[in-house]
Design a protein around this ligand. Sequence first.
Ligand code: NAD
Length: 362
Amino acid sequence: MSAINQPDTSVFNQLSIFGHQKVVFCNDALTGLKAIIAIHNTTLGPALGGVRMWPYKTEEDALQDVLRLSRSMTYKAAISGLNVGGGYAVIIGDSRRDKTEALFRRFGQFVKNLNGEFIAAEDVGTNTRDMEYIRMETEHVTGLPESIGGSGDPTPVAARGVYMGIKACLKELYGNDNLAGKSVAVQGTGHVGENLVKLLRDENAKVYVSDIDDDRLRQVAKKYGAEPVGHNSIFDLDVDIYAPCALGATVNTKTISRLKCAVIAGSANSQLEDETLHGKMLLDKGILYAPDYLINAGGLINMYSEIARFSKKRTMQLTENIYDAVRNVLKLSKAENIPTVEAANKIAEKRIADIKKIKTSF
Ligand code: NAD
């Protein structure tokens, strides 16, 4: 029994808070596998999500991460109109040291035992080779290399979605979505960041870039004619758009007071340190925030296309729909004077509720 006034940190309580359906703890002495698969919601279809391999300091950290990530996949799929639910898996370990074929195949056996309730995909610390190992044990995996019939690199698709999201915000603010002459600060010149810089420069936007990896920064800046800036000064630039394409939580109380942009739209997951607090702060400051899980859904759309056997053309069409989806979010946010992230959540939750009704009432 928990003591009076102590927060209830039990696993079941945490599952109840976020509304998770199922969490599977995978423990295997033979391969050293310690993994957690979280299935948040399968109303729209099987739970599709990444497999993250990370040396979590504690099991509690691993559980928190997988619960948070799986929930966001439910919202991402729902608002993107995809027929998949939300799930995620974490493998506790160092991806540079602890990877073996046997470990991933054992993980694949755990996925197989879920009979299609969870579909695994690549994420931080895993790659297409690891997905191939999982595929040796189960068909419930996506994001395989193109050479074996998979959907291949998702990052150009993810960048395309972010670009459409940026344009939808410009349309809202200026009545046209022309990027020529607009200035954009892209934080992170990694896989998605670089693809985004290319799209922006192709349309003659003025682009500033930052990265903690100096070589990468210089290389991308030179290749596309972007201006490199220090990674600490990116928040102080007088630009139209801030595009976070590195890690999460860069939009917080400290940075919001420094930002001078009109729009925040980038690929990073969980950009707002605190969804409720910082969503409201942005609304009050008049900064238009394109919800991250909506505009970075191109990666998920690419993986979904592999399962649904969509052509590349169809995948890109679905990704371009992000433009209209953002317009709808902004419309609702304006009509109800609520933060854009709250508006996005409402739209995603409504779709899930509506589909649940028709599935349970026929
Ligand atoms: P990546 O690892 O290729 O690139 C991230 C880049 O950010 C790296 O170059 C890194 O050096 C840089 N970086 C890290 N901290 C930084 C800081 N403080 N300031 C500036 N730069 C910093 O990753 P990616 O695949 O390009 O993904 C970028 C983001 O988009 C991640 O948050 C990811 O979760 C998200 N995302 C990726 C995809 C995808 O398909 N890869 C899809 C949706 C969302």
